[in-house]
Design a protein around this ligand. Structure first.
Ligand code: GDP
Ligand code: IMO
Ligand code: MG
Length: 422
């Protein structure tokens, strides 16, 4: 039986998963396994920039099937908007979209609860306010609505019961100022039921397709450091974004996992609150932000920027069993005479941390190694043209992690890549 290959972000998200999922056009089926509209995956095709939130990034490849897996949380209002926008260039797209019956539904009050939590909590996370945390909370509390529930005659009853429980929470925290109408939600439900988008159980569906020899790519959202278990808790998202999430989110066994492709930026970014040891709150960080256009694809917030962190990458590579790496945005670092790379952390008492500490915080200061920089590389396509500085940078990362970097990305466009191995 064929296996499911996986593409995962190795940092705090926004590594370029959209660009490379789209480019891996040899796959027949693309599947998201977790997350929801908190994700923003950018694909640049010619002059046009597309940002996908719930629809898998394989959708621009003709004839591919794109599956929203059972581990996801789906906002039907935003999903409708996303699909309708895609239909402008591909009216038949709904025939190539599948949704797993087990995926949970984000209802409008989930977004209000997300806002409320951010307002009242002493630990502000800086969430995307898309209702992700509250929707996963309802799943864990076993009171959430699932896509399969849309076919039940009791759906409206269940919806109002859930909405009421949310309103009670909002009222008890004096967050009842916003009056929500259910009209948009039920319009989105009606649209979904009439759209022709098939509802399946992702486990059965994928096993059948794999048996028939179809090639499947699971597309991660967020990145390892935002994983609910393995990230910088509590400053994380609410799902397993790492390799285990592929099995639980799609309903497949560990034995069905094939190649694991990790994707990392040549530097580090983070949106929202939380520890970030290599963050540069200075003109160097601003330069990365400006040259790299580091503004959130979902919320437009400026991304915090800093040097590459090998403690993060080592943690991510080991947690996920990464087989190969795609290194993105190497072009953004062009023009620096030298670059810093964090190889460990040190605290005030002189303790050195080579592995990710339990309580990563401001007390963990980066220990840097300095490496030579490189010039403009955005027009380079052949590995033998890679400048010596970048060759050294790639070699250093490969040797530290014991994993090959097979592709270096030098711009947002589909063709701006260098294959390092022929
Ligand atoms: P994702 O969430 O991992 O899919 O990443 P995002 O789409 O949120 O953010 C990545 C941003 O970098 C997008 O605007 C991409 O178009 C852009 N991008 C991807 N690869 C490269 C690259 O190699 N160089 C540059 N300059 N931009 C890139
Ligand atoms: P992609 O898939 C970057 C961050 C938020 C916040 C934390 C929790 O585009 O890489 P949430 O709304 O999920 O409860 O927010 O996680 N976050 C992301 N950061 N890229 C993402 O997705 C993110 N999705 C969530 O900024 O810090
Ligand atoms: Mg993104």
């Amino acid at each position: 039986m064929a296996k499911v290959d996986v593409l995962l972000g190795l940092q705090w998200g926004d590594e370029g998963k959209g660009k490379f999922t789209d480019l891996l056009s040899e796959y027949d089926i693309f599947a998201r396994f977790q997350g929801g509209p908190n994700a923003g995956h950018t694909i640049v095709i010619g002059e046009k920039k597309h940002v996908l939130h719930m629809v898998p990034s394989g959708v621009f490849n003709e004839g591919t099937i794109n599956l929203l897996g059972g581990g996801m949380v789906i906002d039907l209002i935003l999903f409708k908007e996303e699909v309708e926008s895609l239909q402008q260039s591909d009216p038949g797209i709904t025939e190539r979209l599948l949704v797993c019956q087990n995926a949970n539904i984000i209802i409008p009050t989930h977004r209000l609860l997300d806002g409320m939590n951010e307002k009242i909590s002493s630990n502000k996370i800086g969430t995307t306010k898309k209702g992700i945390g509250p929707a996963y909370t309802d799943r864990t509390q076993r009171k959430g609505l699932r896509i399969g529930d849309l076919f039940s005659i009791y759906f409206k009853e269940k919806y109002y019961k859930l909405r009421k429980s949310h309103e009670q929470l909002l009222h008890s925290n004096n967050c009842n100022e916003e009056v929500l109408s259910d009209d948009d939600f039920f319009a989105a439900v009606d649209w979904f039921l009439e759209s022709g988008i098939q509802v399946v159980y992702s486990g059965y569906y994928l096993r059948k397709q794999l048996s028939a020899g179809k090639k499947v790519l699971a597309e991660g959202a967020q990145g390892t450091m935002l994983d609910i278990n393995h990230g910088t808790y509590p400053f994380v998202t609410s799902s397993n974004v790492t390799i285990g999430g592929v099995c639980t989110g799609l309903g497949i066994s560990t034995k069905m996992i094939g190649k694991v492709i990790g994707i990392a930026k040549a530097y580090t970014t983070r949106v929202g609150e939380g520890p970030f040891p290599t963050e540069l709150r200075n003109s160097t960080g601003d330069r990365m932000k400006d040259v790299g256009c580091e503004y959130g694809s979902t919320t437009g917030r400026p991304r915090r920027c800093g040097w590459l962190d090998m403690v993060v990458l080592k943690h991510a590579v080991q947690t996920n069993g990464v087989d190969e790496i795609i290194l993105t945005k190497a072009d953004v670092l062009a023009g620096f005479e030298s670059l810093k790379v964090c190889v460990a952390y040190r605290d005030e008492d002189g303790n050195v941390y080579n592995d990710m500490p339990f309580d990563l915080s401001e007390k963990h200061m980066p220990v840097y190694k300095e490496l030579p920089g490189w010039g403009d590389i955005s027009d380079i396509r052949e590995s033998y043209h890679i400048p010596i500085g970048l060759t050294g940078y790639i070699k250093f990362i490969e040797e530290t992690l014991g994993v090959p970097i097979n592709i270096v990305s030098v711009g947002p466009e589909r063709d701006q890549n260098i294959k390092t191995r022929i």
